[in-house]
Design a binder for this molecule. Structure first.
Ligand SMILES: [Zn+2]
Length: 204
């Protein structure tokens, strides 16, 4: 099969007999380093009525992308645009928030690039968890962040003045207050005099 945008004269037989139609098609598409078999029952293509040669169009590519996203359970471009808009963020603001370039956001939204599974999880978590949005918003990327595994609850760590918490406090990062869910704030331990972050948290 050849690929061109909108043929009317067949490259194979020379007849002016190429017109739009739909076919059943199985595509092999690579995503995240894996080859996926995608079946599309009504793929828009153009086909020569004389020799039967099939031409893929931009619409064909788009339909295959849509089918692949659906098969893999990834957010659609429409989902991403709608949720970003609901949060009142520009592509650039959204990109900064999750640590991606504005160009990448633009490509996910116009469907030119299908986001990786890892990125899709970040996008979903960002839309789904207000706490994560706050965390990203207030994030100060100190060398300590993520250098240790946090197994205890955040209020417990705040109470025990864990080194990471101290580092965040030292950098004036409101990270810990942002991380606490309202439930944790209500049930948390009494605040110490030096606990400025906690005070901020108690306001909510
Ligand atoms: Zn032909």
């Amino acid at each position: 099969m050849n690929q061109r945008s909108s043929p009317s004269r067949c490259i194979e037989c020379g007849h002016h007999a190429v017109s739009p139609t739909h076919i059943e098609h199985t595509a092999e598409v690579k995503h995240d380093g894996k080859l996926h078999t995608v079946e599309v029952s009504d793929l828009p293509v153009e086909r020569c009525g004389n020799c039967g040669e099939v031409y893929f169009t931009l619409e064909s590519d788009e339909a295959i992308s849509v089918a692949l996203r659906r098969q893999l359970g990834l957010l659609s471009p429409h989902d991403i645009v709608r949720n970003r808009a609901a949060l009142g963020l520009s592509q650039s603001q959204f990109g900064s928030a999750i640590g991606a370039a504005q160009e990448s956001v633009s490509r996910w939204e116009n469907g030119h690039i299908i986001q990786s599974r890892g990125t899709d999880r970040i996008l979903r978590a960002y839309f789904y968890l207000p706490e994560l949005r706050e965390f990203f918003h207030d994030l100060i990327e100190t060398p300590e962040l993520g250098s240790v595994v946090v197994e205890r609850s955040r209020s417990e760590m705040r109470e025990q003045k864990h080194p990471w918490y101290s580092a965040a406090q030292h950098n004036k990062g409101p990270t810990w207050a942002a991380l606490q869910s309202p439930a944790v704030r209500r049930c948390g331990p009494p605040l110490g005099d030096d606990d400025r972050h906690g005070e901020k948290g108690m306001v909510a």
